[in-house]
Design a protein. Structure first.
Lengths: 332, 333, 299
């Protein structure tokens, strides 16, 4: 296994999230979907945000995208604060640079529009100077990037397979020539063979265009294959941040270990490399009143006294490997 | 009438022979299952692998005869022990559904009726399952509580009186498992039981199903498109493509060396932890169930499918080993 | 032309073909349903009859003011399909002219209500929770809360009772139902991922409403318009029947019924014609609406 992150490390930061909080007020109380997280995204890397449902990973992505505005804290994109600007208020150049691919292509593509209309909408906005021939040329180029052909141009999303639909969604996102692409569970609604096609395409495009990805997923096998760095989130907090290699070989936080142990492996060799220490148990508690102290304490098999009393901080344990756990952090 | 418990071959608890199922829509006829034959022995754990739309769920539904109104079994036989389910009386079919076979559905929210409590759900199943035994309600509630304890639900008394929407996805799936177990005395059919759940919950549910099946000595058919799950849970696997069985093998042999080109592709493209990604772009178009290709169903997409025989002749069963079968011309000659 | 240009124009050409192909398929789906086809044929026959009423009716002069006392109160026969009325006019002729008036009314009402109701509904639904939503929807609620007939009657009573005011009345009581339907569908669709994707691309709100959301709700809108057309006929006839719509001698179906009611039951055939006319008209619209629903559902 390689360590791609090493090469990328010195590159510049394009997105900086600082003490981001996003609370939702509901009838039952305040849901603390994201509760004080900070991380950086470097240019050209793939940062995966991993966690179960309710961990706040999707909310984080939505704040970056602008679907929600931050309750507190800030998101800097190229040193401009964007966390407090909602999507409709964002200038066009910003919308062009941050694009998104949603989970389910069946709902992220307008069922009444052909592939051509879908991609053309994007091109018309960002390249208003092109005439209709040039637009088609551009469309063919985009379809080429994602491995589709002109035969797909006049089909409705309903006439395409799941994988192809997701590729169309990707082509649409690429139409604006973005810098940062948010991938919200891009493969979880797809079949196995379609999954790998999307992932390989994503890798190739990143290589060619120097794109930065933020990958939101719960599937660790997918993460392993395409991401450079991983943020593990649990109940609105980042519990561990490290390179993919580190996470898969030396995961330190019990929650990360639990996630890794629950991957159903497809061969004996795979089972061997994963830590088999932590038997999955329990469910994610409600984010309205999370457990006191360490939020994972209610499910953690190793929890000790201090875990329920004091909240652990995200600290660098080894170089570039941050963990928020009392058992790991030395100053306990 | 009763289903005989004695007269049958232990290797053949459930046998499906040459089953054909068609769906009719307003305009078209979809050939969803084509010549399916499977066999489940007593206490055996079977897996069925295939992508979505391969006909896996239809197969389970036709075994229980709960196909949607536009679905029809056009030919074939389904034997449960010595009873032909397609020809037996309604009474026997009900007995089998109520007392012998249980099914876990894919979406636990859809399988539970939101206006009834968990107690209502469980008691209904239990009442049918213990029809002849003449058990009164308090005993049934005790059985229900036992089932909930078996499925490791914390605080079963409280859960019994709650409504489905008050429970988390994992809890709901446990309830659905408890309901399936109430009627599954011999065979458990599990249709993607963990697809909509988080990984850590998935692992717990799978472990639970595995343990319960083992403890109660049930046979099981597990459907999934997640290969890792099948590997963990089953002894023997059928691979389905386009409404056909294309390969059958003991699980460990299949995972060591898949034979059919489709199975190979499936394994090759599955995201793995150890190896880097590999994508094989299938040629051709997705399968159209309205007019399936002649010959082998997979030939238009198969990397070796250009030969005359693949295009024209439907592959026969090829016994590669004593316990391995593959439906492919490559192994025929 | 260079090679690439030829290829590009070939693609544009293909797009046109695909559009025609889609229309062809929609027609095919429509045709498949016997009832829808019956509705369509009935509808188009009635429409053609209404348009060319002067040529298809035996006594076009009988439509309005005409008196022939010798021929009054004739029961139905081959010359007078529905008989003649108290002034000796051919009822069949008058009914066909009545169709013309009914179609005119439907046409005008729909062409006002459909765009206005849809646009208001889109705006309110898309800006749900904003002041635009509140002002539009509360206005709609106000109109809905008044019983429809009372509203229509008061409008016709305040203004002069004639056909134009009847149309105004129907339009006023009808638009909120449209707006409400479009509103509920729009507010459900405005958080769909494809709408968010469009926002992320920088599509303007107005384009999101009309290019992303509208095509997805057009099917139900058109279906409802067709089914409601029957209702417009009925309410128009009611208003006329009560003497607040078209005034005699205008050949309006509702007016005719109220005019001929007086002679019931002695000259019973007189009201059969206009009643049958209304029934057939309503049936054709209902069948057509059902057919349209099938077409849109089939996609």
């Amino acid at each position: 296994m390689k360590e791609p992150y090493e090469m990328k490390r010195c590159d510049k930061t394009i997105l900086k999230v600082e003490h981001l909080k996003k609370y939702f007020n509901t009838q039952k109380g305040t849901v603390r979907a994201v509760d004080d997280i900070s991380f950086n995204v470097f240019k050209g890397e793939t940062l995966a945000i991993v966690g179960e449902s309710g961990s706040g990973k999707t909310t984080t992505a939505n704040v970056i995208l602008g679907r929600y505005t931050a309750t507190e804290g800030s998101v800097f994109y190229k040193s401009i604060e964007i966390g407090s600007i909602s999507l409709t208020m964002r200038p066009i150049w910003l919308r062009r640079e941050i694009q998104v691919v949603f989970q389910d292509p069946a709902t992220s593509l307008n069922p009444k529009k052909t592939v051509k209309d879908i991609i053309e909408t994007a091109i018309k906005i960002h390249y208003p100077q092109l005439n209709k021939y040039e637009r088609i040329e551009k469309m063919l180029e985009l379809l080429g990037y994602v491995g589709l052909t002109e035969d797909h141009l006049f089909k409705l999303p309903g006439e395409l397979g799941g994988g192809e639909r997701q590729l169309v969604a990707l082509a649409r996102a690429l139409a604006t020539n973005p810098t940062l692409l948010i991938l919200d569970e891009p493969t979880s609604s797809l079949d196995v063979s379609a999954q790998s096609r999307i992932l390989v395409t994503l890798l190739n495009i990143q290589k060619n265009k120097d794109l930065t990805y933020i990958l939101i997923t719960h599937d660790l096998a997918v993460v392993k294959n395409i991401s450079h760095r991983i943020n593990v989130m649990y109940l609105g907090k980042i519990v561990e941040t490290a390179t993919t290699y580190e996470i898969f070989t030396k995961a330190l936080h019990p929650y990360t270990q639990m996630l890794l142990s629950s991957i159903p492996t497809i061969s004996e060799e795979e089972s061997k490399i994963l830590p088999k220490r932590v038997e999955p148990r329990g469910e994610v508690p409600s984010a309205i009143n999370p457990p006191s102290g360490c939020r994972f304490s209610s499910r953690c098999p190793f929890a000790i006294d201090i875990c329920t009393k004091r909240e652990p901080l995200l600290e660098e344990v080894i170089t570039d490997h941050f963990v928020a756990c009392h058992l790991v952090n030395k100053n306990v | 009438m009763q289903v005989s418990d004695l007269v049958f071959d232990a290797n053949r608890l459930l046998t499906v022979k040459n089953l054909y199922v068609k769906y009719k829509s307003y305009w078209y006829i979809y050939h969803v299952l084509n010549d399916i034959s499977i066999n489940v022995g007593l206490g055996e754990k079977i897996g069925i692998i295939g992508e979505s739309g391969a006909g896996k769920t239809t197969l389970l539904k036709s075994i229980l005869q709960v196909l949607p109104i536009n679905g029809k079994i056009t030919s074939g036989e389904i034997f449960y022990r010595d009873v032909n389910l397609l020809k037996c009386s309604k009474q026997i079919l009900l007995e089998i559904r109520r007392k012998r076979v249980g099914m876990i559905f894919q979406d636990p929210l859809a399988a539970l009726n939101p206006v009834f409590t968990i107690k209502d759900h469980l008691l209904e199943v239990l009442r049918y399952a213990n029809e002849t035994a003449n058990i009164d309600k308090s005993d049934l509630i005790n059985i229900a509580l036992d089932l909930l304890r078996d499925t490791l639900i914390p605080d079963p008394e409280r859960i019994l009186n709650s409504y489905p929407f008050q429970l988390s996805g994992g809890m709901r799936q446990r309830i659905v498992i408890a309901m399936a177990l109430a009627s599954a005395r011999e065979l458990l059919l599990a249709d993607e039981p963990t697809t909509n759940l988080d990984v850590t919950i998935q692992a717990q549910i799978l472990k639970l199903i595995g343990e319960l099946v083992e403890k109660r000595g049930l046979s099981m058919i597990l459907i999934s498109h997640a290969l890792g799950l099948i590997r963990k849970m089953t002894e023997r696997v059928y691979v389905m493509y386009g409404g056909n069985i294309i390969e059958e093998a003991p699980t460990f042999k299949l995972f060591n060396e898949p034979l059919h080109p489709y199975t190979q592709l499936l394994f090759k493209t599955a995201p793995k932890i150890l190896e880097p990604l590999s994508s094989v772009e299938l040629r051709g178009n997705p399968l159209d169930y309205r007019n399936l290709p002649n010959g082998c169903v997979f030939h238009p997409r198969c990397p070796y499918g250009d030969s005359e025989v693949c295009r024209k002749v439907k592959p026969h069963q090829v016994k590669v080993e004593k316990d391995r079968t593959v439906y492919c011309h490559i192994y025929g000659s | 032309m260079s090679h690439t240009q030829r290829k590009l124009s070939f693609i544009l050409e293909k797009e046109k073909e695909m559009k025609i192909e889609r229309l062809r398929r929609a027609w095919f789906r429509f045709k498949k349903s016997k009832l829808a086809l019956t509705g369509f044929l009935l509808f188009s026959t009635l429409l053609v009859m209404a348009i060319f009423a002067e040529f298809v009716t035996p006594y076009p002069k009988h439509a309005e003011t005409y008196v022939d006392f010798k021929a009054r109160f004739r029961p139905p026969d081959l010359n007078h399909l529905f008989g003649t009325d108290h002034l000796g006019r051919d009822i069949f002729t008058r009914v066909v002219f009545g169709f013309r008036l009914a179609f005119l009314m439907i046409g005008i009402v729909i062409s006002i209500v459909l765009p206005v109701g849809t646009v208001l509904g889109l705006l309110a639904g898309y800006y749900k929770g904003k002041w635009l939503d509140y002002s539009i929807m509360r206005a709609a609620d106000m109109f809905v809360s008044i019983p429809p007939l009372v509203l229509a009657l008061s409008i016709c009573a305040i203004l002069e009772p004639n056909i134009v005011n009847a149309m105004i009345a129907v339009t006023l009581m009808w638009w909120p139902w449209y707006t409400r339907m479009v509103y509920s569908m729009t507010s459900a669709l405005r958080d769909e991922p494809y709408v968010w994707a469009a926002r992320a691309l920088g599509v303007r709100d107005i384009n999101i409403m009309f290019r992303e959301i509208l095509p997805n709700i057009l099917g139900p809108i058109l279906t409802k318009a067709t089914l409601d057309a029957a209702w417009v006929i009925l309410i128009g006839a009611t208003i006329s029947f009560l003497g607040l719509g078209a005034q005699p001698p205008t050949p309006d179906l509702g007016t005719m019924i109220s005019e001929y009611m007086v002679y019931f039951p002695q000259y019973w055939w007189m009201i059969i014609g206009p009643t049958l006319g209304i029934a057939i008209l309503i049936m054709s619209f209902n069948l057509l609406g059902d057919g349209l629903r099938d077409v849109f559902a089939g996609e």
